[in-house]
Design a protein around this ligand. Structure first.
Ligand code: PA5
Length: 466
């Protein structure tokens, strides 16, 4: 089992305008400080995500609950995660990477009796109404996930679902179809759980939304659909061990964070692309985009111009027919991190057809996985040839161990990057004003100040509407 990062194509040479030996050597000092700061946050218990791989008690909350559902004959046909952002993107990435393609479309036999997994991640009424109308509510389980326990979108989803469940099944039976995942003490969801006896699993107080995939936020939906959660946590633990050194050359997440930081700050590579060459890992890119963007896009001091790279997801080979043109010839403001997979689970060989047509004959006899792998290497080489920095993260295979390790790798890299950029990677003050304006427009009682601020904003100018 292995994960490797090849960053040859980030450096100068071979990449003109790549990271120089002098910059890399300076980064070693900066990294030692970043590593120490992250270790300090961990030691004083403000940084909880690093403890999750060994938190057996927390893991047991999920396994006990899942076992209880089986014992009670309440095991669902459909699991529906109600949540948004960090409460939704991890479960989506877990489903795509560790369940069979098209999981929710498979019949019960093909899913080996495991439930379908739906994740709302938005409040678009068309999607929610369509899902609710096709579910058998008496066999569905709704996992309401919110660290704060009060996010407007998630609470709106919950209230819609609870209303439907109560109308269809009565309020007592409705409670059996709900489970909450939230802060152990705070928030409306925890208060409802306590008052009404709804089962609630914990997101530790010191773990923020986008770092919470290894809590019941990701672990509960994963366990419910039959993913080996012990292996997920084992992969995450092993990655944490690999990131214990303060020497950047011995720390894979530190290497990644320093390279991205230097590329951005010293060479104007402000856009950081993550491009898996694997359909199974496609939603990992979305998960990473949220993690990197919400953690690093910040002010260092109030009113400064703002810092942070812009993450972008892509999928190989699909985006070779789309975004790669931009990566090759557009502004030289990007790094591309490929994710390659060494061993696929399925082999599909291209038959030797049309041997007399040179544009097709060369394909016959090759495997589709081989084609994907060669295309990844070809794209990396082509970018390098044009002086476009790129690196390749190679996973031996896509399984629970490697996916757990990949989540942890990117989380630790984000924590280091926060230190290098000099920002707090664990808050998100920038989303607050929009929330306050939403409360003001929806008439929330405590939003008077936001209401006044909203009323002072310039109104739409009819001369500027066409
Ligand atoms: O990373 C974060 O903290 C956010 O993206 C949250 O996950 C998102 O806002 C949802 O918050 P909550 O889990 O409190 O409902």
């Amino acid at each position: 089992m292995a994960i490797h990062l090849d960053y040859t194509n980030m450096m100068s040479p071979p990449i003109e305008g790549g990271i120089t030996a002098a910059e890399w050597s300076d980064a070693a000092t900066a990294f030692t400080a970043a590593h120490k700061a992250v270790a300090g946050l961990h030691a004083d218990r403000t940084l909880g995500f690093l403890d999750l791989p060994d938190d057996r008690e927390l893991h047991r909350q999920t396994t006990d609950y899942v076992a209880q559902l089986r014992r009670d004959g309440r095991y669902p046909s459909d699991v529906v995660v109600l949540g948004i952002g960090g409460s939704a993107l991890g479960p989506i990435a877990l489903r795509t990477s560790l369940r069979a393609p098209g999981w929710n479309l498979l019949d019960d036999a093909a899913r080996k009796g495991e439930p379908r997994l739906h994740v709302l991640d938005n409040v678009d009424p068309a999607n929610i109404a369509a899902l609710l109308s096709r579910l058998d509510l008496s066999r569905a389980l709704f996992v309401v996930t919110s660290k704060s326990g009060g996010t407007a979108e998630t609470m709106a989803q919950y209230m819609v679902v609870r209303g439907r469940l109560a109308a269809a099944l009565g309020d007592e039976a409705a409670k059996q179809r709900l489970v909450f995942v939230t802060d152990p003490e705070k928030g409306a969801l925890r208060a409802i759980a306590r008052a009404e006896g709804v089962t609630a699993l914990d997101i530790p107080a010191n773990v923020g939304g986008r770092f919470s995939v290894m809590t019941p936020v990701g672990i509960l939906p994963a366990a419910l659909v039959g993913i080996d959660t012990g292996e997920l946590l084992a992969g995450a633990a092993e990655m944490r061990t690999r990131c214990s050194s303060g020497d950047v050359r011995k720390n894979i997440a530190g290497t990644y964070a320093c390279l991205q930081y230097l590329a951005d700050q010293k060479h104007g590579r402000h856009v950081h692309v993550l491009m898996p060459y694997s359909d199974a890992l496609r939603d990992m890119a979305d998960w990473f985009v949220q993690l990197w963007a919400e953690s690093l896009g910040k002010h260092r001091t109030p009113g400064d111009a703002g810092f942070g790279p812009t993450p972008l997801g892509a999928l190989g080979a699909t985006d070779q027919h789309s975004k790669v043109q931009l990566f090759m010839e557009g502004p030289g403001d990007k790094t591309v991190t490929f994710i390659a997979v060494e061993q696929g689970d399925v082999e599909v060989t291209i038959p030797k057809l049309h041997g007399d047509i040179p544009e097709l004959a060369y394909l016959g006899g090759h495997d589709l996985g081989e084609l994907l792998d060669i295309e990844q290497r070809a794209t990396a080489g082509a970018l390098a040839r044009r002086g476009r920095p790129n690196m390749t993260l190679t996973l031996e295979r896509v399984d629970a161990w490697h996916v757990g390790a990949l989540f942890m790798f990117l989380e630790i890299a984000t924590a280091y990057a926060g230190q290098l950029y000099g920002v707090n990677a664990f808050d998100q003050p920038g989303v607050e004003l929009g929330k306050q304006f939403t409360y003001a427009m929806l008439g929330r009682a405590d939003a008077e100040q936001a209401r006044q601020e909203w009323n002072l904003l310039p109104k739409s100018n009819p001369d500027r509407v066409i």
